[in-house]
Design a protein around this ligand. Structure first.
Ligand code: F6R
Length: 252
């Protein structure tokens, strides 16, 4: 696992977007899995800007949704795919037929989860996985206690995740209590993974993730056993790490 630390939010978004663009330049027909939330906002802003200046195209790529709230329709502002469409997908040139989302209203959740896994399988798995780090160490909605070989499924969100997500939806009662997530069984086989971590509120969990024991109680620690993982953190998030690589801009 490689750790890259950048100074501030602008550099964070630019670096994340540059890594995505470099990856797509090597393999334009990549299968991508990208996160929602606060962390990737500056990356999406930069990717949209790069697309507008014709420096990147997503027209040959496929995107498979990482996670979403179970029971929340696409028309509901809380639907995570709708969020991703507004922030990113509609502003670039993905082909609609190459976008795959969880049917959050599926009655048979197990069949829906299996369908998403088979889509990934048909595409040869994930080429580029970009993740955020949950305040409790979750990745996607793989909450503490998730097994390394856990499949794509519906999970009950932990109280900590509900509190964290209440920031977006006003109060905890508005936060859906269940979510679909791609399982660690498929995430762990991604050809390349970038974990994005920014802000001082993530400093404690990042330290545990990098320096603590590898445990299912902190699913992000599994990333340490995966091939080709890069953690991109800003200085605030990296502030509690015992051993820090130099700031990126010192090498530029
Ligand atoms: C969202 C997701 C979550 C978030 C994590 C961090 O699709 O998979 O794991 O990445 O909860 O959220 P933020 O970035 O809002 O702190």
């Amino acid at each position: 696992m490689q750790l890259l630390i950048v100074k501030d939010e602008a550099e964070f978004g630019q670096t994340a977007a540059r890594l995505v663009c470099e990856f797509l330049a090597q393999k334009p027909e990549s299968t991508l899995v990208f996160p929602t939330g606060n962390t990737p906002l500056s990356m999406y802003e930069e990717l949209v800007a790069q697309f507008a200046s014709e420096k990147v195209s997503f027209s040959r790529a496929t995107l498979v949704e990482l996670d979403d709230y179970y029971g929340i329709a696409l028309q509901d502002p809380r639907n995570l795919f709708a969020w991703l469409q507004n922030i990113f997908l509609r502003q670039v040139d993905f082909r609609p037929v190459r976008l795959f989302r969880f049917n959050t209203e599926a009655e048979d959740a197990a069949a829906e989860a299996a369908r998403m896994e088979s889509i990934l399988q048909a595409h040869g798995g994930i080429d580029l996985l970009v993740l955020g780090l949950g305040p409790n160490g979750h990745i996607g909605f793989n909450e503490p206690g998730s097994e390394l070989l856990g499949a794509t499924r519906v999970v009950n969100l932990t109280h900590e995740s509900l509190i964290s997500n209440a920031r977006y939806w006003g109060e905890i009662d508005n936060v859906p209590s269940q979510g679909f997530t791609l399982g660690l069984n498929v995430l762990r086989k991604a050809a390349k993974t970038i974990l994005l971590v920014n802000g001082s509120h993530k400093a404690g969990i990042l330290k545990q993730m990098v320096e603590g024991p590898i445990t299912d109680l902190l699913p992000a620690t599994y990333l340490r056993e995966m091939p080709n993982v890069l953690v991109l953190a800003n200085a605030a998030a990296a502030s509690l790490l015992s051993r820090k690589p130099s700031l990126l801009n010192e090498h530029d």
